[in-house]
Design a protein around this ligand. Structure first.
Ligand code: SF4
Length: 482
């Protein structure tokens, strides 16, 4: 991606913001510490805030804070939260601004006990639900879309009826993976389209849930399966039960293809497939569709690594490291101002002049959002003596917004929404530019019909016309941030 970003995996600065990451454990000794370790593997999904809520069956306790997981838990280690059940969250805001009240899991006390809620995704009907509850006298503590589930759970209309959680979940539209915690249970749910990932693992006699399988492996658990679209899994003392909270989606699911292209860690299995294998295949396909005469293939680390490997393998052109990441530069994602972030991008990627000097270079990355960062990188390659720079992008142009949890900049800021491919090549200063085709992208996953690629095509699994936007939600918030 033409931005900066994440430790060990991907950059990002002038474009899309992160998803969130979820981790939960039930029936596991020192569950909060297990969740803490799992969240480490999910830090790439959000660096703005982190929290863990744990229960020992009697008391529910939490630690939350702004910033990276290690910083939040430096003074108050997760091991101080006793109990065998816990859920945790790492956050990057896609709705709701950057403030401590929005850090999850949200914890509330209803008439029948404590509920903690952790959410990944974006609810497209959150503003309508929020307004309806506010008009009925409800008070909201956060400006996140996630809080509407708390109000649904507390609503007597659902609270006093069987299948309360299923009924509450059934009111939501949009993208969600939820983890819920009560004093004596942990629950996991995914929206009917399966936009966001959520997996189940087995750890000893207990069970764990995580946004990506890399977190399940990280805690030494054995991956079991994904939470199914439209499924609620409840882990409690009497066992694990599964139920459906909606009619099955007729036709295609809406799994986010951008998770495969960019967001997830390459060592995860996502939606049933290896992210690394998918990304390598994207590179191979890209090489077949858009070859170039060149001396070397270099990735933009880390987001372009797997695709560059595939490109080099398929083209027979050697792979080399033309850029090296500095892992000790602070997290650019949490720098709120674009100028700050872009300054850090330059610090974060160092050029290796000897790898590119006098050579014709193919640069492979996963995507272009605004185009400003890649422009600086192409300029740096030329100054270092590259004789030609051919840019190859392992997904189609991103021209449309995402309504389901990925916070791309506005359409006017998306370079591919404004310019044609030749014009983008001119803008970034590349000798040639090619994107992977949409057919090529979908040809690299095993169930192409079950993926959303709305940010590339403008066609979304859910009709979002008429739904209030996340901006409406923010504007509807009674709280403004200093
Ligand atoms: S619109 Fe794009 S980023 Fe959003 S869910 Fe669909 S594929 Fe993912």
């Amino acid at each position: 991606m033409d931005e900066d970003g994440q430790p060990g995996q991907r950059p990002a600065v002038d474009g899309a913001r992160e998803n969130c990451g979820l981790m939960g454990a039930f029936g596991v000794p020192d569950a909060a510490s297990v969740v803490f370790r799992g969240l480490f593997a999910l830090q790439h999904r959000g660096q703005e805030g982190a929290g863990i809520v744990a229960s020992d069956g009697q008391r529910v306790q939490s630690i939350k804070g702004m910033g990276l997981l290690a910083d939040v838990f430096a003074r108050r280690p997760a091991g101080g939260l006793p109990g065998t059940l816990a859920i945790g969250h790492v956050r990057y805001s896609t709705t709701g601004s950057t403030r401590i009240q929005n850090v999850q899991p949200l914890v509330v006390e209803c008439v029948d006990g404590i509920w903690a809620v952790a959410h990944n995704g974006n609810l497209v009907n959150a503003a309508d639900l929020r307004r309806a509850y506010q008009q009925a006298g409800a008070i909201f503590q956060t400006s996140t879309d996630s809080e509407v589930l708390v109000h649904l759970l507390a609503d007597p209309m659902f609270r006093n009826r069987p299948r309360r959680v299923e009924r509450a979940l059934g009111e939501l539209r949009g993208a969600f993976a939820f983890l819920l915690l009560t004093r004596d249970s942990v629950m996991a749910a995914r929206d009917p389209y399966g936009f966001r990932p959520l997996s189940i693992g087995r750890l000893g006699d207990g069970i764990v849930f995580a946004s990506e399988s890399c977190a399940i492996e990280q805690v030494g658990a054995e991956p079991v399966r994904d939470v199914l679209p439209g499924e609620l899994v409840v882990a409690e003392a009497k066992g694990i039960r599964s139920s459906s909270f909606c009619e099955p989606v007729t036709g295609a699911l809406g799994q986010c293809i951008f998770e495969q292209v960019y967001f997830a860690r390459p060592d995860s299995r996502l939606f049933g497939e290896s992210v690394h294998a998918v990304r390598s295949a994207l590179g191979e396909r890209l090489a077949a569709e858009s070859p170039a005469d060149a001396d070397v293939v270099i990735p933009i680390p880390d987001s372009g690594n797997c695709a560059a490997l595939g490109f080099a393998r398929a083209s027979g052109i050697p792979l080399d490291y033309g850029f090296i990441r500095n892992h000790y530069v602070g997290r650019t994602f949490i720098m709120p101002e674009t100028d700050q972030r872009e300054g850090s991008v330059d610090l974060k990627l160092a050029l290796v002049p000897s790898a590119v000097r006098g050579r014709r270079v193919i640069v492979v990355d996963d995507s272009i959002v605004r185009g400003t960062t890649v422009r600086r990188r192409v300029g740096a390659l030329r100054r270092a003596g590259a004789t030609e720079v051919h840019l190859r992008i392992a997904c189609p142009p991103i021209r449309h917004p995402c309504h389901f949890g990925i916070d791309f900049p506005s359409r006017t800021e998306l370079v591919a929404a404004r310019l044609g491919i030749e014009e983008i090549a001119d803008f970034v200063g590349a000798d040639s530019l090619a994107y992977l085709s949409h057919e090529g992208l979908l040809g690299c996953v095993t169930q192409p019909g079950d993926y959303c690629s709305g940010c590339m095509t403008g066609r979304y699994p859910i009709d979002v016309a008429g739904e209030r936007s996340k901006q409406d939600l923010e504007h509807g918030s009674p709280v403004t941030d200093a």
